[in-house]
Design a protein around this ligand. Structure first.
Ligand SMILES: *[C@@H]1O[C@H](CO)[C@@H](O)[C@H](O)[C@H]1NC(C)=O
Ligand SMILES: *[C@@H]1O[C@H](CO)[C@@H](O)[C@H](O)[C@H]1NC(C)=O
Length: 287
């Protein structure tokens, strides 16, 4: 580990005080995204009496001088914000599962009782007010029971085309089907489920597709992921041609959307909080 934030949850004993831990996958060069998230949806705060905390998880990028410079950048950011976990591995798509598992290990050690987690990318727009309210609405679940929800992927299987980003050779996975899983752009899970996945990961070989790997761990534990209509890692796809696709009313209702540029996150975060915003039926994504 290169950078740590062991006090993020107030120590393992006190970590139950953290209601929602935002765990954001971010490569070292994505400084602009991290800065905007710190000021917007990932701001550490209390909502409805529930504490929201944030960590970025990162590896290393580039080589030589550039690599050292990016490591320095994260070091400066961490001394200012105390929100970076960095490990010494090359931060690439293929290594995302490694990043996830390293995080689970960290979580088990430093933040075992944080009640819920958002696991997501650094280019999503998340309505963390809605997220907290949705999780608080799980009346019988304070994090001690199973929850794993997002954009559900079912009946998919490994892509065998070597030119694809998602290529998985037969030698790595023989089976032609993946278990159900949630798209890695962003999903929500409970402390119980996090722990279970971590336990399962000890006996499942790493598959280079991180979200599928989570599905494999769930399957082994006999747990199922569920679908949440407000989690849209593939965008909103608003069919009406003459409507502003980025009208704040659409984003008032959702929990999470992929993908947003940093300046759009900044503007949207401000707009959804406008108390004078009038939202008619045209601007509902749930029709
Ligand atoms: C994954 O990380 C390891 C450790 O840094 C590195 O040796 C390997 O090349 C990385 N793989 C990819 C595809 O980036
Ligand atoms: C994880 O494994 C440990 C040790 O085997 C066990 O005590 C614990 O109950 C397991 N937790 C879950 C949530 O499966």
């Amino acid at each position: 580990m290169l950078l740590d934030a062991p006090d993020k949850c107030g120590g393992p004993q006190n970590s139950a005080d953290v209601f929602l831990l935002l765990v954001i996958k971010s490569s070292p060069e994505n400084y602009d995204r991290r800065e905007v998230l710190r000021k917007t949806w990932a701001k550490e705060r209390q909502h409805n009496g529930a504490w929201i905390r944030r960590v970025f998880i990162s590896g290393t990028s580039r080589t030589g001088f550039e690599k050292r410079r990016l490591n320095k950048l994260l070091k400066i950011e961490n001394s200012e914000n105390k929100d970076i976990l960095q490990w010494d591995f090359h931060d690439s798509f293929i290594n995302l599962t490694l990043k996830q598992v390293l995080f689970l290990e960290w979580m088990d050690r430093w933040c075992p009782h944080a009640r819920f987690l958002l696991n997501g990318d650094d280019d999503i727009f998340a309505n963390t007010f809605n997220m907290v309210e949705y999780l608080q609405g799980q009346k019988s679940n304070d994090g001690s029971k199973h929850l794993f929800t997002g954009s559900l992927m079912e009946g998919t299987g490994p892509i065998r085309d070597p030119a694809s980003k998602y290529y998985v050779p037969v030698q790595v996975q023989e089976s032609e089907i993946y278990p159900p899983y949630c798209s890695g752009g962003g999903f929500l899970l409970s402390s119980f489920t996090t722990k279970t996945i971590y336990n399962m990961s000890h006996s499942i070989e790493l598959l280079p597709i991180d979200d599928v790997y989570m599905g494999m761990c769930l399957e082994k534990a006999g747990l199922k992921p569920t679908s949440h209509h407000g989690i849209r890692p593939f965008g909103l796809h608003i069919p009406a041609p003459n409507v502003d696709q980025f009208h704040p009313c659409f984003y008032r209702e959702i929990i999470l959307v992929h993908r947003f540029q940093p300046h759009m996150i900044f503007v949207m975060w401000d707009e959804i909080q406008n108390p004078h915003l009038q939202c008619g039926k045209t601007y509902s994504v749930f029709l």
